[in-house]
Design a protein around this ligand. Sequence first.
Ligand SMILES: Cc1cc2nc3c(=O)[nH]c(=O)nc-3n(C[C@H](O)[C@H](O)[C@H](O)COP(=O)(O)OP(=O)(O)OC[C@H]3O[C@@H](n4cnc5c(N)ncnc54)[C@H](O)[C@@H]3O)c2cc1C
Length: 593
Amino acid sequence: MPRYDAPIRDMRFILQEVLQIQNYSNLPGFEEVTPDLVSAILEEGGKFAKEVLYPLNAVGDRQGCVRSDDASVKTPDGFPDAYKQLVEGGWPLLSVDPEMGGQGLPHVVNIAWTEMVSSANMAFGMYPGLTHGAFQALMAGGSDELKAKYGPKMASAEWAGTMNLTEPQCGTDLGLIKTKAVPQPDGTYKITGQKIWISGGEQDLTENIIHLVLARIEGGPEGIKGISLFLVPKYMVGEDGSIGERNACSCGGLEEKMGIHGNATCVMNYDGATGFLVGEEHKGMRTMFVMMNEARLGVGLQGLSQAELAYQNAADFARDRVQGRSLTGVKSPDQPADPIIVHPDVRRMLMDQKAFIEGARCFTYWTAFQADLQHKAPEEGVREKSSDYMALLTPVVKAYLTHKGYECANWALQLHGGSGFTREWGMEQIVRDCRITTIYEGTNGVQALDLVGRKLAANGGRAVFSFFSDVDEFVAANEGNEELALFVEGLQSIKAELQEGTMWLMQNGMSDFNNAGASSHDYLHLFGLTALAYMWAQMAKVALESKGKEPFYEQKLATGRYFVERLLPDGAAHLAKVKTGAAPLMDLEADAF
Ligand SMILES: Cc1cc2nc3c(=O)[nH]c(=O)nc-3n(C[C@H](O)[C@H](O)[C@H](O)COP(=O)(O)OP(=O)(O)OC[C@H]3O[C@@H](n4cnc5c(N)ncnc54)[C@H](O)[C@@H]3O)c2cc1C
């Protein structure tokens, strides 16, 4: 039967041995992150994920959410109780500022916890996940009054938060938003319109739901420049924080969908609902981006977390299932056939997953650590560089990790043979659940455009040049290390390919924007591979220093070698495709398809 066990050893390796977060006690919130504390959080979090959330994963998939005629929504059996335990355990408060009642621990520690939740039950994890994003947006753009009234309850996830962008005529292109906001004499706004596919728009987990809604103030500018952000509570909240009357917003229907059945995907109707402006008029996108960027990292993490869940079960299956004999002679003479893990092609499927997952975990945590540095580092230069990295790498984390994560989930299913296609083994649910990650929060195609169209050129290319020089510094510092040579040379060559692709884009992307659009997908994948190569080189260095202490380090090095020898060669194909330019894609007329 499928299982989930949090990969705590690997998480500790990254947090404590690679990033060494315990050495940053000069940063607020890091003073207390001793190895013991981190281990305790990971152990307890892993237990919660395994014992409380994972058993509800299949239940949520089979039952789904149900809407009643009164527009209320019931989540699957066990979800309300698990949510109550999550809130009572104080988990959503891990990295929240103490001023809002939180523990103020590093964001990167919270990311490890979030990974566990998302592996154990992705549909469930979206409720607190989006709430955290909405809370961050409120903190970034809300007035002091709004923050005081809604902040603490959203921080603890006692009240949930949602994100309302999409409308029937408007998905990627938010400039098409029609939802209308009419100013009222008391300073509030009446919000009218329909939003679709709103995750957690209605549910029975929390006593209030705080919707963050993008709308156009009547008479405001056309397009994206006329969009404002509003806080619209399901129930009005009194001055003393008490729950008041019902606001004029409700769930008009639930989407039937391919996966994440435990998460209510709602049509939300706003019928003159009372809304409060968050940030400035017509500048709503600026604040919404705080939530969207947080959600993009969260979605990248979903790709990784589903790959991890699938991989654990694929590895178990490969050890248990016996079929055929090893190509080099019988390995299990006491059995009628050998376990399929003896077959090189089965190994390929497992190793592809393992090498991606461990590299991607390091990359995600490293990026999350940049978020901590961006806000907490005392040196302005460090804050600026981390902020550049967050902007540059967010689309890479979102799109690369979800694309490859979904691929891994499919390899895990494939490894199971026919069992993978049946419900009992749990793989088909993972593939269905994971599929949405490449689509929502900005499709992966749109992430790639964001990378080549906006992020590369920002501040004269400052972020990407910093990245290149950090990689160069690592290479220069480790060039003489013979044991590390494979990793250093692999990093050097993929970085040269990325640099060549970047130069090609700079020379050809501006003269014909279709060149940039045509190369964006492959460029993003080349970037993802380079980022993982950088992570693998750092992990290998640490593992070499500790080699012999426990088998973990030898295994880490073997997995890293596989990454360099079997996954990095894809970089050359991506570069070749970057450099074809637009012609092969744009030659045919639309009616030829
Ligand atoms: C289960 C689920 C949950 C969701 N949750 C939320 C939520 O909580 N809140 C919310 O607001 N929304 C939510 N969404 C909506 C989601 O974010 C959108 O579906 C997504 O952003 C894509 O928009 P679209 O579906 O309208 O596709 P479209 O924008 O119509 O895109 C269709 C295709 O065209 C491509 N495309 C579009 N424009 C361009 C371009 N300029 N250049 C290149 N390619 C382009 C896209 O990549 C895509 O492949 C959810 C959706 C689902 C299915």
